[in-house]
Design a protein around this ligand. Sequence first.
Ligand code: ATP
Ligand code: MG
Length: 439
Amino acid sequence: MDCGIIPIREVLGGGYAGKKVGVRGWIYRTRSSGSKAFLVVRDSSGIIQVTASRDELPEREFDDAKKALIETSVVVSGKVFEDKRAPGGYEIHPDKFGVVSFADVFPITKDQSEEFLRDNRHLWIRSRYMTAIMKIRSTVTGAIHEFFRERGYCEFTPPILQPNQCEGGSTLFEVKYYGEKTYLSQTWQLYAEAAIFSLEKIYDVSPTFRAEKSKTSRHLSEFWMAEMEAAWMEIDECSEVAKDEIKFIIRKVLENNRDDLEVLGRETADLEHCLNASFPTITYTDALKLLKEKDGMDVPWGKDLRTIEEETIMNHFDTPVVVTHYPKEAMAFYKPVDPAAKDAPGQVAKCFDMLAPKGYGEIVGGSQRDTDVEELKKYLERDGEDPANYKFYFDTRRYGSVPHSGYGLGVERVIAWICGLENIKDAIPFPRTLARCSP
Ligand code: ATP
Ligand code: MG
């Protein structure tokens, strides 16, 4: 090549008209007529039109340009011309057209079913749709690291193989562990609670596994959870951190991924609104009142909120909402009772969920952590667990216990909402669900 290769995005940025450039990538669209081949080439940064002419290329190269199918890998160089009709406003007229590897007929064409696209996810991740989502995903996880590090949190990595449940035995994935059995992590929480006694403020972004036995558009069997845990932190402060984190993530996506949101057809006015709005906090009891008064829905006090109820509540809001103080009896064993709660003191837990608007459901779940070993034992027994298996966890309460809180943010739930996806399966490159563990 007599000129350097540059990203397609750079060519489209302007300043190259009349100059020679080189680009490399894969054929995204192709059509030819007589002495011209009209190709669109994509690389990780964008797409550009390449108009190959018989009289500007060596014969063999022009023949290659004409016969190359979609996904053929190519290296092209030539002069850049401004052309309003071309995607991005520029096109290249190549004087060199090199095929790196010819492609077979690509199985993915327009209008294929979601299932077909998921069966072929290893190829579908080349689509502009999936590329845009994966770029946004990268911004989201990068933002999470940045958010916590800026605030003095230390990254802490939990084990993935764990001997105990923390979020309910029914969703555990069992793993053969030499002669014994163990489980894949449902959360880092029990280990995070041990680590705050040295590091105080910690976070992670880790793979999380839950055998979700019903089909929903918001549950994966393998997902990534961004969790935080902090010593000396009570529940109110904890939910404020979660609000700040969500705003931080949105800000970073709006700063870095406008083009990608556009590829997805995602309007951004509601996201921009979230940056400047304050997210309301309501209690579970208030949420039930709202459902009754505004929607005529009668939910008996004490029942956890179902998807339909969460969605109905969120019809009344245009930003995420924090719902606090769920009934203690419906909660996981580690969420402590709040004896001084505004509504139903002694019957509700120091906990919160953050719900996203537009039917995206729960994006964050958090709580203060019970420090009373007898209470912990009682509720483990309620759940059919043997407290003897949690000795290491009780130890964390025995040596200088402090109030502490934490939450988990579902990375794919947040991505699905920010990207406006219909199904959480598109928020992760290779989804694992009840019905799918391949490719
Ligand atoms: P849900 O009621 O939606 O099942 P949960 O109460 O089980 O959620 P938590 O245990 O609080 O969820 O987990 C923290 C966060 O992890 C949730 O707020 C959600 O964003 C995310 N999450 C939980 N389960 C899944 C899953 N199966 N797939 C994707 N994300 C999940
Ligand atoms: Mg769940």
